[in-house]
Design a protein around this ligand. Sequence first.
Ligand SMILES: C[S@@+](CC[C@H](N)C(=O)[O-])C[C@H]1O[C@@H](n2cnc3c(N)ncnc32)[C@H](O)[C@@H]1O
Length: 207
Amino acid sequence: MGLYPKYILPRLIDVGCRNKDARELRKQVLPAAKGHVVEVGIGSALNLPYYSSDVVHLYGIDASSELLQMARQKTENAPFPVTLVNQTAEKIPLRSHSVDTVVMTWVLCSIAQDITALQEMKRILKPNGRLIFLEHGLAPEPKIQFWQNHLTPIWKRMGGGCCLNKKIDELISRAGFRITELHTSYMPGPKPMTYVYRGFAQLDRSP
Ligand SMILES: C[S@@+](CC[C@H](N)C(=O)[O-])C[C@H]1O[C@@H](n2cnc3c(N)ncnc32)[C@H](O)[C@@H]1O
């Protein structure tokens, strides 16, 4: 692995995900997580302060051992047990129907096999479990989409596989989830990078 992905990119991701506007959005969804929670792409564990006392156990999965190392320092004193696993979202090492909540924040953009990963999230959720999502993706305006489509190849190379043009709600539905709440908005910043999808989904045939 080169210097950029090993030493520089994890720090850029950590700093890039820390801003105040992201914190405000995290606050909107994360307190809803409960029970046995899997956070896919936990990164440096920036969501940790927003979990409530309803969390029984947090499993943090991430493909980057460098980001997991940063997460480890924060999770040592967490108010609930935390297990960190260096694994990709496309193959989650947990039993089927064993989890109450799956969380993904700013992750789906960089998962290469996004539908496979979403199907894994579906597999591990209990029938009445819930997916919490907070993701950036394809904007509604054609002129912003033009830039998202044209910038994605270079952005992907610099940003650890991050695509600007994924239609997040469509991917979630295509994987077999039913979206129960969806809010979309721009965060402050350049429009191609800041269109955010936030909400909740359940299994398509949940009670
Ligand atoms: C932009 S960061 C977001 C981190 C964190 N979720 C947050 O909100 O601060 C994206 C994270 O997804 C992880 N990631 C990317 N592709 C992945 C995959 N296929 N499986 C698991 N984690 C992945 C990266 O290592 C990184 O930690």
